[in-house]
Design a protein. Sequence first.
Length: 195
Amino acid sequence: MLELIECVAERNYGAYGYRKTWLALRRAGVDVGRDRVKRLMRRAGIQGAKRRGKPWRTTTPDPAATRPPDRVQRDFTTTRPDELWVADFTYLRCWEGVVFFSFVLDAFSRRIVGWQFSTSMRTDLVLDALRMALTRRPPGADVELIHHSDAGSQYTSFAFQQELDDHGVLASIGSVGDAYDTHSESALSLPLRAF
């Protein structure tokens, strides 16, 4: 049994803990108890990748910031591309530490039109994703575009609001602490096609 456990650990780069190892063995048709797998792994010194620290909080509202109105009111229906962009960012844990991922999604096509990775949650993270999206927008576009995000301090910052103003994009910010602020979670569950 220990040889099978070591095989599963090797195939999965040592990332699986006892629960995932047990499930992998069950999928392979090995009838073994979860506690036995746990005991054998502990005895052999095999352990999976561990989460360190507490989860990051990515939305930190700035109480002193002036917030644009919520122009969307949870109505994410659109009739054409570049009518409504929704933006958010999240974090990914990896072996090197934490990486933050910012994205701008076109609500019509559900395509990610701008993105950026960074090791910090500074305003530059969301600004770079916005700038990428703006460069992909057709030249001479004179249709009204709304950029909707949550109330994080990165999106309410002066630099971010100035970038939107410079490109004639209307800012929209949803409610604080609401998982459906930016519609990004339900939008990302659909198939995405990057440009």
